[in-house]
Write a new protein. Structure first.
Length: 428
């Protein structure tokens, strides 16, 4: 039995009309067995994070207000999808939010990440219950599957590492046999569980990864990620006009683009698909019949179109030993240890005889902490509000386009990729 995997993100289930659109796409593929991965509705994950914050601060009034707001948000969607207020889905949603309110009465664990996963994951639980109920009301032989009993992870909350052997066994035992009675099985993205049965999550935007996990463990025919864009584009349309759709790219190219910051596909999604050569489609839920982009094994189309990726609000640090000693392995090891202590994630790095430079996301670091960690042995200079531009399969016209009216502070170039740290040019 071969199946297709569909993944719908928060934007594709943000309201009642969006849920109806999901149902119409499912109907378009009525001849196939479908494993459907659903994210939380709209901005629910952000709202659930605020609920966790109120819970951990022991602010009962704020906690209850935020839970009420999320429940009413979902109930408004229910009212538009199900005119019969006696439909069982109303009770199912009430049960989930009642359980959430009960969490305030329990002692708060010392591990914030544990509490985060138990609360935030409920956004996906509620959204999948609603979508499954609506599909059933539209005549689809649909079933609800609990990712908290399928995707086995370790105990690293908020960034669970998948136990692939156990997860594959669980899908074979608990998921695939249900297709004997269902044509569609709906489950949660982003969510897993520990051996003890506690809920874990796979990291923000982890629903794409969930689709990859399902496909790998079920030996799916293919995966389709439904987005509000026509496919993978060669640049972010928020920053550039006249973007070009990439019709076909390889797994390797998709991993490279994800690594450098392309936001269409979660970086962890590709590896399990590549391992079993399961093709990935990125398609538009606005125009579901359009071709979209296919990600597969062939590399023949990778270098046809330059792709460029922007990271804004970057900070460039330069470290120079105060004793003017050459930067050798011992110095670099010391620098990396201090950066690890500051939890600084490096986007690009470069060194000379006396200087070591790194670029980091400005909003993710504390400049004063880094200065304090290095002040005893290094002179520290930094430059804020920069941009990092990565161009795959670059050509000179593309470089000139992205650096117009910019000063280049740092550039690294290989045969396939050029990376430029730039800032706006000041004109007098």
């Amino acid at each position: 039995m071969r199946m297709k995997v569909f993944k719908f993100g928060g934007a594709s289930v943000k309201d009642a009309d969006a849920v109806r659109n999901v149902a119409s796409i499912v109907h378009m593929h009525a001849g196939h067995k479908l494993g459907v991965v659903i994210s939380a509705m709209g901005k629910t994950t952000d709202a659930m994070e605020l609920i966790v914050e109120a819970l951990c601060k022991r602010d009962e009034l704020l906690f209850m207000e935020r839970v009420d707001e999320r429940e009413q948000f979902h109930k408004e969607i229910l009212r538009q999808l199900f005119t019969d207020t006696n439909h069982s889905i109303y009770r199912e949603v009430e049960v989930e939010f009642s359980a959430l309110r009960e969490m305030f009465k329990a002692p708060i664990p010392e591990n914030f990440d544990f509490e985060y996963d138990q609360v935030v994951s409920l956004g996906e639980v509620v959204s999948t219950r609603i979508v499954n109920a609506y599909l059933q009301s539209e005549g689809v032989k649909s079933g609800w599957a609990d990712a908290r009993k399928l995707v086995r992870t370790d105990n690293k909350y908020r960034e669970g590492e998948v136990d692939w052997n156990r997860t594959e066994a669980l899908f074979q035992e608990r998921f695939l046999p249900r297709f004997e009675e269902c044509n569609v099985l709906v489950t949660q993205g982003f969510v897993g569980h520990t051996a003890e049965g506690f809920t874990t999550t796979l990291g923000r935007e982890g629903s794409d990864f969930s689709a990859g996990i399902m496909a790998y463990c079920s030996n799916a025919n293919d995966v389709t990620i439904w987005k509000d864009v026509p496919g993978m584009l060669n640049a972010d349309p928020k920053w550039f006009d006249n973007t070009i759709k990439l019709d076909r790219i390889s797994f390797r190219e998709a991993i490279e683009l994800a690594y450098y910051g392309a936001s269409v596909i979660h970086p962890k999604t590709i590896k399990p698909l590549q391992n079993k050569e399961i093709p990935l489609y990125v398609k538009s839920f606005v125009e579901p019949e359009a071709e979209g982009t296919i990600v597969h094994s062939s590399t023949l189309s990778d270098n046809l179109i330059p792709s460029f990726i922007f990271k804004m609000n970057q900070t460039l640090f330069s470290f120079t030993p105060k004793d003017f000693s050459f930067l050798v392995e011992k110095n670099l090891s010391d620098i990396f240890a201090r950066l690890d202590e500051a939890n600084a994630k490096i986007n690009i790095m470069q060194n000379s005889a006396l200087n070591f430079s790194i670029l980091v996301d400005g909003e993710k670091i504390d400049v004063e902490r880094i200065k304090a960690l290095f002040h005893d042995s290094y002179h520290v200079k930094y430059n804020e509000n920069l941009e990092l531009v990565t161009i795959r399969h670059y050509d000179q016209p593309t470089i000139e386009r992205v650096t117009r009216d910019k000063d280049i502070l740092l550039q690294q170039t290989t045969r396939e990729t050029t990376r430029l740290v730039v800032k706006d040019r000041i004109t007098l």
